[in-house]
Design a protein around this ligand. Structure first.
Ligand code: ATP
Length: 635
């Protein structure tokens, strides 16, 4: 059911350490590196003080040194210990902001990648998984992107102390070092094995977590709230959650079983390691080959040495794991871009120039689909032309728009801007040529004015007001206490205003009007509007798109009348092409559909007339109010 991630990481540990150091260096956080070194140095000093303090004082007492010298020795150790400890606290406190800053730099890079990557990547499961994992690994200071500095510092401490303590023990019995190394090494390889086991099961774990989170979110999703209640989906959601939870727990029990055996093996190895070393030292004391201060020094050193060895092995293990995580982040950042961005030819829209888009033998097939969604599409959107695209559900209208906007590249054929294939241009520059209202809304947690202007700074207030007026939303905004400064999105602002679907669609229209671009794309821009607002938008359509080329998608065929040309799509092809009158005269698919729609409206109107005559004035008003979807039609 799940695929295990058995691919080797793209970058090794050294490369990932280099990446982090370069990032700290280039993002002006060089202090992170300096403080890591300082913390390591001070920690080693602290350990040496702790190692020598007891044996030195014991030796002084045993040798009956004068009291004043003894006191000076104790005071010296105490002052050194305090000074080092104070310096360590200072260094640790000051290293934290820099580490957070470097981590946030990665978060920014990931956000930029997600916001600018080629559109098809956002439908590519591999990229989405990498992005999800990368977000997790940069989520807090305990995750790889923040914790690696601590790991590197600890490794530096452990390695330095390993050599210092090791040289001390070698003077007594080199075999001791071998015993400690052998047992610690075995523990290490056991842990490494466990890490690989965990890594290969990450996808499986993430998949369970994702499903359960999805089900939990569904239960509290405001958008789904009505469906859940009306269709009684609660029990179904609970059952699905329970099923996933059971599978998740079974998976965890299996993983914990493996970990348990590893922990038992580790305890046995620790007993062997420390037991052998202590027994040997005690033997030397009994043989009178070692005095008590030396015994104390070496006893502490053995304990310390094994902890340094384990620290080193554990440090490398942690570093290995964090390196895998950082490699994932880098793979996400390096994810191949199928479009030309900075390497494409720069494009800048010039007001005095006219632009046309031509589609030549365009075919398009979605990844993993068995057939083409668009087949041999040919047409030109002339400068200043108002083009309507109509067709049944699934005919390929939105797909066509996505190709024109440059969200997808054709599987075959060309999309040309003034005769040049758009693939050769910088795709980000190309997007600046479009202003659009898509079927899916995207409101930012910001003010109304910022949402229209799509920026927080340099908002042209007059222009915002004009665009809202054209979109028919100005009166509503003026009625709000904070007017254009009203915040949107209740998840972020408690006092945010919740707009209806139609109001949000008008806001999206105002946003499209604010962005002055040569091409205007309107994909069902009136789907959520009431009939009056819809008629109002149609009335202003010419004014809104003046001097621009526009593409208008609608299911309401009568609404495409004011367009210069209509393309009728069906089965992924252009079935018919012409003005509204031409297509009606043709008597083809368009005429058929138009007849069905207008018949429906005619019948409805007739029915309304008959029925309305039976009602009183007051009842008629109520009826009209309902038809207007909650708005009084006289408003
Ligand atoms: N991301 C996608 N991946 C795979 N297939 C897709 C994707 N998006 C759309 N399709 C398929 O492509 C076909 C055309 O879809 P498209 O959304 O372009 O139609 P449409 O004419 O805009 O429909 P509607 O009027 O319902 O909005 C459909 O059969 C749909 O299932």
């Amino acid at each position: 059911m799940f695929t295990k991630s058995n691919s080797t990481p793209k970058y090794n540990t050294f490369q990932n350490i280099g990446f982090m150091i370069r990032l700290a260096w280039n993002s002006d956080e060089k202090m992170v590196l300096v403080l890591c070194l300082l913390i390591a140095l001070l920690s080693v000093a602290q350990n040496l003080i702790d190692l020598y303090i007891s044996p030195v004082i014991l030796d002084a007492v045993e040798n009956h040194v004068p009291v004043i010298r003894l006191l000076f020795t104790i005071a010296g150790f105490a002052i050194a210990s305090m000074a080092v400890s104070a310096a360590l606290t200072y260094a640790r406190q000051n290293s934290s902001p820099g580490r957070i800053s470097v981590r946030c730099e990665i978060v920014n890079l990931l956000n930029r990648k997600a916001a600018t990557t080629a559109y098809p990547n956002l439908e590519d499961n591999r990229f989405l998984k990498l992005l999800e994992k990368s977000n997790e690994y940069t989520n807090c200071n305990q995750e790889a992107a923040g914790a690696i500095w601590e790991t590197l510092t600890l490794l530096l401490i452990n390695l330095t102390c390993f050599f210092l303590y090791g040289s001390l023990l070698t003077q007594v019995q080199p075999v001791l070092i071998l015993v400690i190394l052998a047992t610690s090494g075995t523990s290490y390889f056991l842990s490494r094995h466990l890490d690989s086991y965990r890594y290969t099961h990450l996808d499986e774990e993430a998949e369970y977590a994702k499903r359960m989170l999805y089900l939990l979110n569904q239960a509290k999703d405001f958008g789904a709230a009505k469906d859940i209640r009306i269709f009684g989906l609660c029990t179904w959601l609970e059952e699905l959650y329970e099923k996933n939870l059971e599978a998740f727990l079974a998976f965890h029990r299996k993983v914990e079983g493996v970990y348990l055996w590893a922990r038992i093996a580790d305890v046995i190895l620790t007993f062997l390691r420390n037991g052998t070393a202590y027994a040997f030292l005690i033997y030397l004391v009994f043989q009178q080959e070692m005095d008590v201060p030396a015994f104390l020094l070496l006893f502490t050193a053995v304990d310390g040495f094994s902890s340094w060895v384990l620290g080193i092995l554990d440090g490398f293990r942690t570093l290995h794991k964090q390196s895998l995580d950082i490699s994932t982040i880098r793979e996400c950042l390096d994810y191949p871009e199928i479009f030309s961005f900075t390497d494409g030819i720069p494009l800048k829209w010039e007001t005095q120039k006219s632009y046309e888009i031509r589609l030549e033998h365009v075919f398009f097939r979605y990844p993993n689909a068995s057939e083409d969604t668009l087949k041999d599409i040919n047409f030109t959107l002339h400068p200043g032309e108002k083009l309507a695209v109509v067709g049944l559900n699934g005919a390929g209208k939105t797909t066509l728009i996505r190709l024109i906007c440059g969200f997808y590249d054709p599987t075959a054929g060309h999309v040309l801007l003034n005769g040049t294939d758009i693939r050769t241009y910088n795709r980000t520059d190309y997007y600046t040529f479009f202003s659009a209202v898509f079927q899916e809304f995207s409101l930012l947690a910001a003010t109304v004015a910022a949402n229209v202007a799509q920026t927080e700074d340099e908002i042209d207030q007059k222009r915002v007001e004009d665009c809202l007026e054209k979109a028919g939303l100005r009166a509503k905004i003026k009625s709000l206490p904070r007017q254009y400064e009203t915040c949107l999105n209740r998840e972020v602002y408690e006092d945010a205003v919740l707009f209806s679907g139609g109001e949000t669609q008008r806001l999206m229209l105002a946003r499209a009007l604010y962005k002055d671009a040569p091409f205007v794309i309107l994909d069902e821009p009136t789907a959520a509007l009431d009939p009056i607002a819809e008629a109002d938008i149609y009335g202003k359509y010419n004014e809104m798109t003046q001097g621009k080329s526009s593409i208008f998608i609608s299911h309401r065929l009568a609404s495409t009348r004011f367009c210069d040309r209509i393309l009728m799509l069906g089965d992924g092809k252009i079935l018919e092409e012409g003005t509204h009158e031409e297509l009606l005269n043709l008597g083809g698919k368009y005429a058929q559909l138009y007849e069905i729609q207008s018949k429906y409206y005619r019948e409805k109107t007739e029915m309304n007339h008959t029925d309305m005559s039976k009602f009183t004035d007051r009842e008629q008003t109520k009826f009209v109010y309902r038809k207007g979807e909650g708005r009084n039609v006289s408003e």
